[in-house]
Design a protein around this ligand. Structure first.
Ligand code: ADP
Ligand code: MG
Length: 373
């Protein structure tokens, strides 16, 4: 690969809209692949990360997330394609020579050192004088909400959440342009994870840095990110705002990544989009390029009970088979013929229904998602 090629793929300048910061790509990937033997762990990824953006990459285990991040952080070189940082090709620039920093789950803190020594490590490497170092470390500790009294504490005496904060403060001590995270919260308990998700989001906003965050949890990605990319078998199936991913998934894989859905295989016939048993479904808008065959997806939370005297664009009669409490909401399994449908409803909306009751379930055309595969 020559530098001329790198220049050719340099970021097209984006006109800077007043007050709009998140437009310029800081990192750009073009056709990035990583092949191990015969196997493409990352199989052709094109994506721009904009300045100051919080982008999460989600995907099942083995979909290539870590491999992608290792290439971004400089721990692996791509087999094909280009990675540019502010327009400079960085494919083969080693991790320690990139203005980026990776924070991962196995924290890689120095176990026999204090919180302060851990945070100051990058500053010491850069030969910052001790007094200045300490001042900066204390500033970073405030930023990640660690009490000042922890400065001299052995890092091994810190709790899981506190260690995560130390690791984060150390990452910020490098003053990187981009921070990469590889499932940093996955080992923590639910409550702590929820608290740290919010803190990370605050930290992102306060620092103005670009965050690229990898997780297998879509829920985590949705809470924190400006954009979410969904990975499947080495590729990005879709990237967009959490809202876009949720309301306009491009395929069944993305739609199902959110959890269980009700789906109908349909064929385009004279009368409309028809299921195998001959029911014509009312749909509102089929995406461009979809014809012949499609899948209609109705999320449990948009499927509802349709009481006598009220209506929905599509209805199915069935019998409640099972009910589960989700806390404030309930989920019902409804048997209809050979099939089982899922309906999620608030306790009040479903008041009084229980297993064995005959019900009509339904949904409006606008709530159905039509995908091509
Ligand atoms: P994820 O982080 O999404 O779980 P990984 O990027 O760790 O996925 O792995 C993607 C695929 O690449 C997996 O099938 C994994 O076994 C394979 N893989 C990762 N690293 C290597 C390697 N160094 N050598 C061979 N195969 C690898
Ligand atoms: Mg991984």
């Amino acid at each position: 690969m020559t530098l001329a090629t790198a220049a050719a793929i340099e970021a097209t300048p984006v006109p800077e809209g007043a007050g709009h910061v998140a437009t310029k790509p800081v990192l750009q990937l073009v056709g990035v692949k990583k092949v191990f033997g015969e196997f493409a762990a990352v199989d052709g990824i094109n994506v721009d990360f904009k300045e100051g953006e919080f982008v999460s990459i989600v995907g099942p285990s083995g979909s290539g997330k870590t491999t992608l991040l290792r290439m971004l952080a400089g721990m692996e070189s791509p087999s094909e394609g280009y990675i540019t940082l502010r327009g400079n090709l960085i494919n083969d620039v080693p991790a320690d020579q990139r203005p980026t920093c990776l924070v991962f789950q196995s924290l890689a803190l120095f176990p026999h050192k204090t919180v302060g020594e851990n945070i100051e490590f990058p500053l010491k490497v850069r030969k910052m004088p001790p007094a200045e170092r300490k001042e900066r470390a204390l500033e970073l500790m405030r930023m990640v909400r660690l009490p000042e009294s922890y400065y001299g504490k052995n890092v091994m005496r810190c709790s899981g959440g506190e260690k995560q904060r130390v690791a984060l403060a150390r990452a910020f001590a490098y003053d990187p342009d981009v921070l990469f995270f590889d499932e940093p919260l996955s080992a923590l308990d639910y409550k702590l994870k929820k608290a740290l998700e919010k803190e990370l989001k605050d930290l992102h906003r306060e620092s103005g840095k670009t965050f690229v965050y990898i997780t297998h949890s879509l829920e985590e990605a949705m809470v924190m990110s400006d954009r979410v990319g969904v990975m499947s078998r080495g590729r990005i199936a879709q990237i967009g705002t959490p809202e876009e991913i949720y309301t306009k998934p491009v395929n069944r894989f993305v739609a199902e990544f959110f959890g269980e859905v009700n789906s109908f295989e349909v064929t385009e016939r004279v009368g409309g989009w028809t299921t195998a048993d001959g029911t014509v479904l009312t749909v509102s808008g089929v995406p461009d390029g979809v014809s012949g065959k499609a899948t209609v997806i109705v999320r449990p939370e948009t499927m509802r009970f349709v009481p006598a005297g009220s209506s929905a664009d599509n209805t199915i009669s069935g019998v409640i088979y099972n009910e589960y409490s989700l806390g404030s909401r309930m989920q019902y399994q409804v048997h209809a013929g050979e099939r089982i449908f899922l309906v999620e409803a608030s306790r009040t909306a479903s008041g009084g229904l229980s297993a064995g009751d005959a019900v009509t379930i339904g949904w409006d055309a606008a709530d159905a998602i039509v995908v091509g595969d």
